[in-house]
Design a protein around this ligand. Structure first.
Ligand SMILES: NC(=O)c1ccc[n+]([C@@H]2O[C@H](COP(=O)([O-])OP(=O)(O)OC[C@H]3O[C@@H](n4cnc5c(N)ncnc54)[C@H](O)[C@@H]3O)[C@@H](O)[C@H]2O)c1
Ligand SMILES: O=P(O)(O)OC[C@@H](O)[C@@H](O)[C@H](O)[C@H](O)CO
Length: 388
């Protein structure tokens, strides 16, 4: 069995590639990073270690790589694969869609095409569905019926913290011991063998929202407030009592939404929050606030980890003030190396606070959450780097 995995980065090697290889797949990574591609091609293996007190080194063998810039080669490799997965970043999905569509078109030429599952392992609601829409846009209408019959794009939720890291060996990756990979079985075609370690569910929404609105909302809250407090890492941020209190407060807000919406038992959800906070403070990891806060435009978008739970809170008459405070801190995330952070700062200078909030969050200027973000923003100052 062959899997093509787009993105030989931290999650690609440290999570998805590892599980697929253990499940018996020959994993072919497609990446645009020449260093990673040539190292994988020459060694056909890499190592993973766990961020705990063990010194276990996991060897992942039988892997290969192709140059993701070579669309023809990517298409041919997809044409002969049993499974396609991605971990490239949700904003990159549209860039891989063309070659993926070419590969799918090649498969669909066969008299009896073999089914294919394409699973986006990104931090987004409906990542595979978004990829499917992009791929469809590259395919002629006459292929759409066969496409819908033979190609499935089940949505997924993936959870494993893998910080940016630098090792002498560019392929080695250290990952936290915890992982969770949930796939929407209801969107799958018959015949794909279960992958060990994957949790299959009928209906992904509770899983992706619980993960995104707890792990990722808590994480970016720590990153944005930590950044303002002058912290370098998430571990440092959570060592600050004021930042840790904000993170817990935001998780109480999203927790109330999740318990109301999905009926999770409150004590079970409280344990889920505690477990996540303990993962953030793993002393064997050092995770920079710039990574966790990266792409603030994406994180402030209407369907993502801050605005969506705040809207659900408002709809249900629940509090959202700490979520608004995290959004205000996101607007102060002034990382010059982050193109989205730089764009927000430019918009604040050119268009002002109110228009910038409306533009990136989708919240109209007379929306109550918009007003709360303005109030919270005005209570912090950029160079103060401390909680108001
Ligand atoms: N790191 C984590 O803790 C974590 C956990 C869960 C989910 N995620 C999600 O997984 C995704 C990847 O995150 P990551 O931390 O592994 O990032 P990463 O930067 O380490 O890896 C992304 C890889 O994609 C490659 N890439 C970029 N454009 C490409 C293209 N056109 N074709 C093929 N490859 C391309 C990059 O070269 C890089 O190797 C993101 O959506 C992220 O939100 C990350
Ligand atoms: O990858 P992002 O930018 O969506 O979010 C940054 C982190 O919160 C994220 O990568 C977490 O480490 C991960 O989602 C844990 O499962």
């Amino acid at each position: 069995m062959k899997a093509v995995h787009f993105g030989a980065g931290n999650i690609g090697r440290g999570f998805i590639g590892l599980l697929l290889s253990r499940a018996g797949y020959e994993v072919v990574f497609s990446d645009v990073n020449d260093t990673l591609v040539s190292a994988l091609q020459s060694r056909r293996a890499y190592t993973v270690s766990l961020a705990d007190s063990s010194d276990e080194l996991i060897l992942v063998e039988g892997v290969d790589a192709i140059d993701g810039k070579d669309a023809r080669l990517v298409a041919e490799t997809v044409a002969s694969a049993d499974l396609v997965t991605t971990a490239v970043g949700v904003h990159i999905l549209k860039h891989i869609a063309g070659a993926l569509a070419q590969g799918i078109a090649l498969r669909l030429q066969a008299e009896q095409p073999s089914p294919l599952h394409v699973i986006a392992c990104e931090n987004a609601i409906g990542g595979s569905t978004q990829l499917k829409e992009s791929v469809l846009g590259h395919l002629p209408v006459e292929l759409h019926e066969a496409f819908n019959r033979y190609i499935a794009f089940p949505d997924a939720a993936v959870d494993r913290i893998v910080p940016i890291q630098h090792h002498e060996d560019p392929l080695h990756v250290t990952v936290e011991p915890f992982y969770e990979w949930v796939i929407d079985r209801s969107a799958m075609l018959p015949g794909l063998p279960d992958i060990d370690g994957v949790h299959y569910v009928d209906g992904l929404e509770p899983y992706i929202e619980r993960k995104l609105f707890t792990v990722n909302t808590g994480h970016c809250t720590a990153a944005y407030h930590g950044y303002l407090a002058g912290c370098r890492t998430i571990q440092e941020a959570l060592a600050s009592a004021s930042v840790a209190a904000e993170v817990r407060a935001v998780l109480e807000e999203t927790g109330a939404v999740l318990v109301r919406k999905y009926g999770f038992p409150a004590d079970e959800h409280a344990r889920y929050i505690d477990k996540i906070l303990s993962r953030f403070t793993n002393p064997h990891l050092s995770d920079e606030v710039e990574r966790v806060g990266r792409s603030p435009i994406r994180k402030l978008s209407p369907n993502d980890r801050l605005v969506r739970p705040a809207l659900l809170a408002l709809e249900n008459g629940l509090p959202y003030g700490h979520l608004a405070f995290a959004m205000a801190a996101a607007l102060r995330f002034d990382d010059a190396d982050d193109a989205e952070a730089a764009e927000i700062q430019q918009s604040l200078r050119s268009n002002g606070l109110s228009a910038t909030i409306a533009r990136y969050s989708g919240l109209a200027e007379d929306h109550p959450i918009h007003a709360e973000i303005v109030r919270r923003y005005e209570a912090t100052r950029p160079h103060q780097r401390g909680l108001a």
